[in-house]
Design a protein around this ligand. Structure first.
Ligand code: SF4
Ligand code: SF4
Length: 93
């Protein structure tokens, strides 16, 4: 069976999102060799990381900032590369 996705309600009334779910490969966060760490004191809530994360595992709260679901984050580093405010850095695990 392939990885399944479930569709959630729209977040912030903006987009319909799909959330990763455990599949035959287990939780894809186990593939990771580096993890993104968010410094929410630098986060400006621009939503770029949430929009561009290829596995849709970052959520940006307009009050508190960005959080990563490490169960499914694969550590690709795209969020850290694109954050315009350098609020995310990658750290080896
Ligand atoms: S891209 Fe950076 S500044 Fe923008 S919401 Fe994400 S962590 Fe915050
Ligand atoms: S490292 Fe990749 S998979 Fe993990 S939160 Fe950032 S963009 Fe998403």
């Amino acid at each position: 069976m392939l990885n399944r996705i479930i569709v959630e309600k729209p977040i912030h009334n903006r987009i319909v999102v799909a959330k990763p779910k455990i599949g035959v490969a287990g939780k894809t966060g186990t593939w990771r060799t580096e993890k993104p760490l968010v410094d929410n004191s630098k986060c400006k809530k621009c939503y770029q990381c949430e929009i561009f994360c290829p596995v849709n595992v970052i959520r940006v709260d307009p009050n508190t900032g960005a959080t990563v679901d490490y169960d499914y984050c694969k550590g690709c580093g795209i969020c850290a590369e694109l954050c315009p405010f350098n609020a995310i850095r990658m750290e080896p695990e």
